[in-house]
Every structure is written in structure tokens, then in C-alpha cells.
Design a protein around this ligand. Structure first.
Ligand SMILES: [Zn+2]
Length: 302
């Protein structure tokens, strides 16, 4: 684990054996340990080992703070709770029903990942309703004896929230602040079905309003140059949206449009960083899926 702030560390979950794809945060408080986005079940052994090495027992974990319910962030929640039924799960009100009854969420994810579901994510077990605390944004919650402000931050997902620990100045922003690996290109993750540019802009403003000293992104890790980072994110989001919109007027199938967009994005990323650095991006955010989310956004708009 890597230290983020006093009593706060993060773990590279080694998704599919690859580093710098998915990270989870472990926060020690006076009244227990809190985990932000525990990741998918396929990474649970890595999280387990990291906690062990850190000298933290699962029995000390009192809460899971979910930024959103996508499988790469929240997939292991139900599996963890089956073993440790005392843990409280914080999640936005639009995500909560799908944690309790995951059938629809899994059907939607299966449309995206098909036969790869199990290899990528592993089990997604239902979370008992009694363990769920529903958030709307605007709350101040106590978890592990520490205080977190909650903001509703849709745009990437309609049920996305971010958490802010004012004591350390760290904001846990899930996917709202994009994907950036080793300080590289700030890629807006735009998979279907919820992408919304207008809401995303407001969410970034809500995060900036906290004036955080550090943003913690699931993909991948802490960012200290908060303002320039968010500015790059918004520029890249506008550009991505423009490019996808252009493809919608082009001839061919959606598959062809998606692959042309992916090629254009790859080309743009190459201008900003090394090939090795670039390899990590599609693991966190497959490029053809990014087209799908923005295409859906534009088609719903007209
Ligand atoms: Zn994600």
C-alpha cells in the first residue's frame, strides 16, 4: 500500500495481473477502517493481501464508500459482505437498488462485456438492503470515526457520488475526474449508458468547489495539480464528444464508427505519451466503449 495522507493509503489492485488499472483506498479512522471502491471480485485476493500486509483485519472494516456501482469499482461489495455482514455500504440512491438486486446491472454489463464478464469481474453478489445507506449528495457522513462530505457527481454515471475528507484535503472522485496513468493524458471515461456532458461539467465544478489538495482517481491514483488536471479533463471531454458527433454523420456501421474513433483517440494519445504508457489506458477504459457512451448521449439528445 502507498500512503496518501496520515491514516490513508491506496492499493494497486493488479486488475488482470496489470498494474495501474484499478486502485482502492483504505482509510484508518478512530472508529474503524473505511474502504473507498473495493474493486471487482477478481481483485479481492489482492485487496485481502494488501490489508493483511498493512496489519488491518476485515473485522476492523466498518464501511465501504462506493463512488458508483460499475463493476470495476463496486463488484466485490456483496462478496465482501457475505463474509463480513457488519459492514455498511454507502451508495447513491440511483445505484442502491442495483446493489440490492443486481440482475439489471448485470444484464446491462453483459451486453457490454459478453462472455468476458466472469474473467473480468468475477462474482457480483447482492448486498443486503439493511447494510445500505442511501446518499443523494450534499450529506456529511461519519465513517470509521472520520467525516466525509458527499457530492452528487453524475456525468460518467447517473448515480456517481464523490467524497471529500476535509481533514486531509483528499477528494475521492471515482471516474468523474477521468483516467490518467502516470500523469499522462486525462482521458474521460465515457462508456454507456449514462454519459451526460452538461451534468459532467457541473460535477467537476462541484469537486472544484471543495478546493481539494488531492484528487484520488480509481484509474489511476492521486493527482495534486487539481485545477490543470480538471481543465485537461474538460478539454478532452469536449474534444471526444465532438469527434464522436462527427462519426455519427459518416457512412458505415456503428462498429466501423467506433473503431475509427478508437483509432483517432489512440493517435491523439500517442502524441502525448510513450507507447508503454498508452498500453495501460484501454485496460481501464476500452476505447470502442467510449464511443458507444458518447454516441448514445448524442442520439438521445436529438
Ligand atoms: Zn471505472
Amino acid at each position: 500500500m502507498t500512503t496518501l495522507a496520515p491514516g490513508m493509503s491506496w492499493v494497486d489492485l493488479q486488475f488482470l495481473g496489470r498494474s495501474k488499472a484499478i486502485a482502492a483506498v483504505v482509510i484508518q479512522g478512530p472508529a474503524g477502517t473505511v474502504i473507498v471502491d473495493p474493486g471487482p471480485t477478481t481483485c479481492l485476493a489482492t485487496l485481502d493481501l494488501a490489508l493483511q500486509r498493512h496489519g488491518t483485519r476485515w473485522s476492523e472494516v466498518t464501511a465501504l464508500l462506493l463512488t458508483h456501482i460499475h463493476l470495476d469499482h463496486a463488484g466485490a461489495t456483496g462478496t465482501i459482505l457475505r463474509e463480513h455482514p457488519g459492514i455498511t455500504v454507502y451508495v447513491h440512491e440511483r445505484g442502491a437498488p442495483h446493489m440490492i438486486n443486481p440482475e439489471k446491472l448485470l444484464a446491462s454489463a453483459t451486453r457490454l462485456y459478453g462472455a468476458d464478464m466472469d474473467r473480468l469481474w468475477g462474482e457480483f453478489a447482492a448486498v443486503p438492503e439493511a447494510n445500505v445507506v442511501v446518499l443523494r449528495g450534499g450529506e456529511r457522513i461519519e465513517a470509521g470515526g472520520r467525516t466525509f462530505d458527499v457530492a452528487y457527481t453524475p456525468g460518467h454515471a447517473s448515480h456517481h457520488v464523490s467524497y471529500y475528507d476535509a481533514a486531509s484535503g483528499v477528494a475521492f472522485v471515482g471516474d468523474t475526474a477521468g483516467v490518467s496513468i502516470d500523469g499522462g493524458y486525462v482521458l474521460p471515461p465515457t462508456p454507456p449508458p449514462d454519459i451526460n456532458l452538461e451534468l459532467w461539467r457541473e460535477s467537476v465544478a462541484a469537486i472544484e468547489a471543495w478546493s481539494p489538495g488531492t484528487l484520488f482517481m480509481t484509474h489511476f491514483g492521486p493527482v495534486m495539480h487539481v485545477r490543470p488536471h480538471l481543465q485537461s479533463l474538460m478539454e478532452n471531454l469536449e474534444q471526444a464528444a465532438r469527434w464522436v458527433k462527427e462519426t455519427l454523420d459518416e457512412p458505415g456501421t456503428d462498429e466501423e464508427r467506433a473503431s475509427r474513433y478508437a483509432e483517432r483517440l489512440r493517435h491523439d494519445l500517442r502524441r502525448h505519451m510513450t507507447e508503454a504508457q498508452m498500453q495501460a489506458y484501454p485496460v481501464a477504459a476500452p476505447f470502442e466503449q467510449l464511443w458507444l457512451g458518447l454516441a448514445r448521449y448524442w442520439r438521445k439528445k436529438v
